[in-house]
Design a protein around this ligand. Structure first.
Ligand code: AMP
Length: 214
């Protein structure tokens, strides 16, 4: 098979970003993530307002805005003959239906993690403001507090990783995105992965799912 087209599904904090980095390194696919694209364009004026308003409240940014980001990124990947890992999209059934119109997927994987674990992971998460590497105050602390091990950049807490907003994001996930998980399950080829395992164990399971599809 040419490079794989992979979808990672899971609640915020499930490890999609970490595993996307493994997929990029191993398979050379493009990382397509609506969250990062929106963070880089938070104050972009759209007819629905700016992404910032939605993101800081933990709500979904309107579909036309995210669909356009994904359509552009996937056609760029197709033009350069690359596969992709899609992370953070689709987040509702309308987005999933739009995605089905514009591309075919080889693998859809879902990381299952309990809410208590997710709140712990999200509120303790710290992100490098320069290179985007993730740390965790308890589980993956940097060598020097507040400083990125990779590039020396400043570690910050995302605005939406406060407990209140994190809980709202989990509620939004349950309401809007769990039906997307069922959407792919109904198609019969969803790989369910225990996302509470160590990152290395999750990676082993994910790699098996990708290899099985090849
Ligand atoms: P993430 O980094 O994936 O957790 O995304 C951060 C925030 O960006 C979300 O809480 C939403 O406000 C917004 N966002 C990211 N992806 C989408 C999407 N596919 N649809 C709507 N909003 C999104």
């Amino acid at each position: 098979m040419s490079q794989p087209k992979i979808l990672l599904l899971g609640p915020p904090g499930a490890g999609k970003g970490t595993q996307s980095a493994n997929l990029v390194e191993t398979y050379g696919v493009e990382h397509v993530t609506t969250g990062d694209a929106l963070r880089a364009n938070k104050d972009m004026e759209t007819e629905h307002g700016t992404p910032r308003e939605y993101m800081e409240a933990g709500e979904l940014v309107p579909d036309p805005v995210v669909n356009e980001i994904v359509q552009a990124a996937l056609s760029e990947a197709a033009d350069s003959g690359s596969g992709f890992v899609l992370d953070g999209y689709p987040r509702n059934v309308d987005q999933a239906e739009y995605l089905a119109e514009i591309t075919d997927l080889d693998v859809a994987a879902y990381f299952d993690v309990s809410d208590d674990e997710l709140i712990d992971r999200l509120t303790g998460r710290r992100v490098c403001d320069d290179c985007g590497t993730n740390f965790h105050v308890k589980y993956a602390p940097p060598e020097e507090e507040g400083v990125c091990d990779e590039c020396g950049g400043e570690l910050i807490q995302r605005d939406d990783d406060t407990e209140e907003t994190a809980r709202e994001r989990l509620r939004v996930f349950e309401e809007n995105t769990l039906p997307v998980v069922e959407f792919y399950d109904d198609e019969g080829d969803l790989a369910r992965i225990d996302g509470e395992q160590s990152p290395d164990e999750v990676w082993e399971d994910l790699q098996s799912a990708v290899e099985d599809a090849q």
